[in-house]
Design a protein around this ligand. Structure first.
Ligand code: ATP
Length: 260
């Protein structure tokens, strides 16, 4: 069953945020909310403006991977922000923490975070997060936080990918209101963003939700692969891997950025 479309009026009514979600660009179908958000930002959309689509036909993950959002199945969201360079990297932590808290608050489920940017329930991906930023010198012109959250999705609808995916409805055995989850998500995004902006670190809270620590990992870094035990994450969010010979290697989150 598919729940009703997310209208801008229903999202904004009584939303307890100051700027996130106060301006909504809603589309029944878009190739990618990230591209639409970039265009909106260039045309002067204010900080906190969001782009939402009921369906994405060319949704993107990191590293040119695909993110699938069939119609009515979830939340395909991009948020326009103007962070300082000093806390740009903290946005991954803010977005994943906000997602976990919104899922906990609206469903009682207990997700974890797979470094650096996936939210998992019982080991399967319920949400993918992507941050695109545009820099000019030392200034961040814009950062777009992209989130694809599976709400009322039947994982098998994703074909092969369905095996690694889950959704809130698949976990609960009932449908969930996308509107309720979205409003909680926007509230949490603003809360964590404001915390980050005030200079507070989200590191300890984020670290406490990571599923990855202690596990054996293989991480592709450019054209080499690092393999070992996920030992820790540093204050910047980089992953510290202990190689089989005991040497430690730090792996930085590879985010997509364009220098102009
Ligand atoms: P990985 O999942 O391999 O760690 P990643 O974190 O870099 O990679 P993302 O950019 O977060 O990946 O997401 C892209 C990947 O997510 C795709 O390659 C596909 O396997 C998977 N995927 C695509 N659509 C969905 C969806 N709706 N639900 C769950 N997983 C999806």
């Amino acid at each position: 069953m598919i729940d009703s479309p997310l209208s801008p009026a229903s999202i904004c009514a009584g939303l307890p945020t100051e700027f996130v979600g106060r301006r909504v660009f809603y589309f029944p179908s878009l190739p990618s909310t990230m591209d639409a958000a970039k265009r909106a930002a260039r045309e002067g959309a204010p900080e906190g403006a969001i782009v939402l689509a009921d369906e994405q036909t060319a949704g993107r993950g990191r590293l040119q991977r695909q993110w699938l959002t069939p119609p009515g199945s979830g939340i395909a969201l991009s948020v326009i922000l103007h962070p300082k360079l000093a806390y740009l990297r903290g946005l991954t932590m803010a977005a994943s923490l906000a997602t976990v808290r919104a899922i906990q608050e609206t469903t009682g489920l207990e997700p974890g975070i797979k470094w650096p940017n996936d939210v998992l329930i019982h080991g399967k991906k319920v949400c993918g997060i992507l941050i695109d930023s545009e820099l000019r010198g030392e200034e961040v012109e814009v950062a777009i936080v992209g989130l694809g959250l599976n709400v009322n999705l039947t994982p098998s609808a994703l074909g092969e990918i369905g095996g690694v995916a889950t959704s809130l409805s698949a976990e609960l055995g009932r449908n969930v209101s996308r509107l309720e989850v979205l409003r909680s998500l926007l509230t949490q995004i603003e809360r964590y963003y404001v915390t980050l902006r005030s200079g507070e670190s989200l590191h300890e809270e984020w670290r406490g939700l990571l599923d990855t620590l202690g596990k054996h990992v293989r991480v592709r870094v450019g054209d080499r692969v690092e393999e070992g035990t996920a030992f820790d994450v540093d204050a910047e969010g980089s992953l510290v891997v202990r190689r089989p010979d005991g040497a430690m290697v730090t792996i930085v989150v590879g985010d997509v950025s364009l220098r102009t």
